[in-house]
Design a protein around this ligand. Structure first.
Ligand code: COA
Length: 426
């Protein structure tokens, strides 16, 4: 089937923002009385990002949005659409996109909204943006897509070592220097399942772990089967495969699934061996996920940033297969091609800088951050800001979320850290 999109559309720039703290999975394993190899080898992780109490999904998204506009050299006035994909909504009504709109100083003639479907939300947002650009509804305007999340499970639960967080902002337009997407609208799979969810009264997700992996693989079969049927393309044609990674070992399982299907269909080159194939085509995309842990909607795009920032890989012109999965469920397989100047993005995606600036936490500090973060969302007392510049979440005042940042200040209130009475602590 030919590519149905009438114009070149894709990513013109991308930028990552991450929490500036991490917990080593070995530290967590020892605290939980678990063999560290279970987390390092069994889940494929190394560290997990831990947001400070003042680093919420709005802060991460706002920093990523500012970063992508600077990296892409695009004036805020050229943005006509902002779509945020998130599973970590901070409000039942107000979208994160509204705060991003203010933080990035975007124009008022701009559509601004969030989309939600667990970890698929970022890809759903990207699909809307690609179609909007392809429709030429507003020639010359760009779309801003931001995947932002904080992955949080109960302390001591099996999901705990698969926590993390981060935001990836994508500038989408018709000059796709970073990645150009093809259009394969049928390569999707949806079914109602209860594999992972977060009730509105909870700040932590609930997951039926092994069932979620089963649902993920069934959705992969569905998407890949439709993509294969419509395009006649083969598994071995992609230089790199990027899989949604709730933990890096999941990408290993997904690759193995497609490899075995291709072997059964007699489609693999002679001598192809699954381990070597995984190491060559998938592993170079996963190093950042192993550092950050799960970032829900942002995880797949963190893999993309990781690939572009991987010094050992020349990704210029590479054909990519990307698999997005969101529990509940909806999934999609996307085919894309990396731009010829991929190397120019090394050191410019924000990823390496964010990782360099991180501080390692002790297990006790991690527990304190969790407790203080939950308290801050309820009664508004920021004790220690973690970042000296940029937005920081300060707590709530008259049921409003308050941020320390000129752009994000609530009109009529103080943008400084607040005391319990809602007045400035200074
Ligand atoms: N050394 C090395 N590997 C070890 C080990 C050890 N000492 N102990 C266990 N392992 C391996 C297991 O063999 C298993 O590997 P496998 O899956 O390749 O067989 C892996 O570590 C995990 O062990 P398991 O017993 O399945 O762990 P668990 O019951 O604690 O839960 C998850 C693992 C992934 C199910 C859990 O972390 C989870 O639910 N995470 C969230 C998943 C999610 O986000 N789903 C939603 C979207 S897809």
């Amino acid at each position: 089937m030919p590519d149905a999109r009438p114009t070149d559309v894709g990513i013109e720039a991308l930028f990552v923002d991450l929490p500036r703290q991490f917990l080593d999975l070995g530290t967590l394993a020892r605290a939980n009385g678990v063999d560290p190899e279970k987390y390092y080898f069994g889940l494929g992780g190394r560290r997990m990002a831990v947001p400070a109490p003042d680093e919420d999904p709005v802060v991460l998204a706002s920093n990523a949005a500012r970063g992508v506009l600077a990296a892409g050299g695009v004036a805020p006035t050229r943005v006509g659409l902002v779509v945020v994909g998130t599973e970590s909504a901070v409000d039942g009504s107000k979208p994160i996109a509204a705060w991003v709109h203010r933080a990035a100083d975007l124009p008022s003639d701009c559509r601004v909204f969030d989309v939600q479907h667990a970890c698929y939300g970022g890809t759903a947002a990207l699909g809307i943006a690609l179609d909007w650009i392809a429709s030429r509804a507003r020639p010359g305007r760009k779309a801003l897509v931001i995947a932002t999340d904080v992955a949080r499970y109960e302390i001591g639960s099996p999901g705990e070592p698969t926590q993390g967080g981060g935001a990836v902002a994508l500038l989408v337009g018709d000059e796709p220097r970073v990645v150009r997407f093809e259009d394969h609208p049928e390569a999707v799979h949806a079914e109602e399942v209860a594999d992972f969810w977060r009730p509105t009264y909870r700040s932590t997700a609930v997951v039926d772990g092994s069932y979620s992996l089963e649902c993920y693989l069934r959705a992969l079969d569905g998407c890949w089967g439709r993509f294969r049927r419509d395009t006649g393309r083969r598994f071995s044609e992609f230089e790199h495969l990027l899989f949604h990674a709730p933990f890096p070992k999941m990408a290993f399982k997904a690759h193995r699934r497609l490899f075995e299907a291709a072997a059964r269909a007699g489609e693999l080159p002679s001598g192809a061996e699954p381990g070597a194939d995984f190491e060559r085509r998938v592993l170079p995309t996963l190093w950042a996920n192993a550092e950050v842990g799960n970032a829900y909607t942002a995880s797949l795009y963190l893999s993309l940033a990781g690939l572009l920032e991987n010094d050992a890989v020349d990704a210029a012109g590479a054909r990519l297969g990307l698999f997005a999965y969101g529990s509940g469920s909806c999934a999609e397989f996307l085919a894309a091609r990396v731009g010829d100047d991929a190397a120019a993005w090394r050191g410019r995606t924000g990823l390496r800088q964010a990782l360099r600036e991180r501080r390692e936490l002790s297990h006790a500090e991690y527990l304190q951050f969790r407790a203080h973060g939950e308290e801050l969302s309820r009664n508004g007392t920021l004790r220690v800001p973690t970042r000296s510049t940029g937005p920081a979440f300060c707590g709530t005042w008259e049921h409003r979320r308050v941020y320390r940042d000129e752009a994000l200040a609530v009109p009529g209130s103080s943008s400084q850290p607040l005391g319990r009475d809602g007045r400035s602590a200074r």
